[in-house]
Design a protein around this ligand. Sequence first.
Ligand SMILES: C[S@@+](CC[C@H](N)C(=O)[O-])C[C@H]1O[C@@H](n2cnc3c(N)ncnc32)[C@H](O)[C@@H]1O
Length: 238
Amino acid sequence: MFVVIALGISIAPYFFPPPYSIFVLVMIQTLFAVLISRAIGLPYWWLWIQGGIPVGLYLGVALEFNPLWALMIFVLLWLLFRNVFSERVPLYLTNQTTRQALKKAAKELSHIQPKIHFMDLGCGLGGNVVFMSQQRGVELSTGVETAPIPYLFSKLSSWIGGGEILAQDIWKTDLSDYHLVYAFLSPEPMPKLWQKVTDEMQKGSVFISNSFAVPNVEPTDIWQLPDGRETVLYLYQI
Ligand SMILES: C[S@@+](CC[C@H](N)C(=O)[O-])C[C@H]1O[C@@H](n2cnc3c(N)ncnc32)[C@H](O)[C@@H]1O
């Protein structure tokens, strides 16, 4: 950061004379942060972060922002998005159209497995678990979640609406008793998850991944859903 400011101050006199106010120095820092981020090819959204931090720090100091607030916001974000740090999986939620597709998948599976055990790996706020617990033919609907706030929220929803929520890591969850396993995660864990799925799930059971295909594995079926985000479900019959 200081190197960038030093660089900016060395170049700025060619364009306008010193002395510079703190605000101008912050703007120089912001400009260079954005330009360097662009030059080294960081994704577009990083430019907002790189540009926003110097301005945010400046405003924080100018407004005498109590740093305890920053700590509290960080703790709140950690409680909500803890798995971004370890798994690169944030919290975003399955929509109603996709839930209807899960219902359809359960109905199709019920022809060969009349008492379905459903699992949502990383169940977020628990909406899928509650929904699937209410479907005919679903005997057990389970979700596992390790981010504290989503876990508490989903636990509460399941008390009210049905299903079971476990404070458990995906990687420590035994899938051998589940016939329909659903995941909406990110590209990052898919190869490792596929290894787990094929090691543990029984023949004939179905693994569904929302949006993220398993690399180099041909899905049994692909469902393109008619929702706004054009959700794609990848179905793998084990
Ligand atoms: C994209 S959200 C999907 C939430 C929910 N399944 C849905 O579709 O609405 C992914 C969730 O997986 C959780 N998660 C990520 N890695 C996990 C892990 N190793 N163990 C348990 N939960 C995890 C995250 O905390 C997040 O809530």
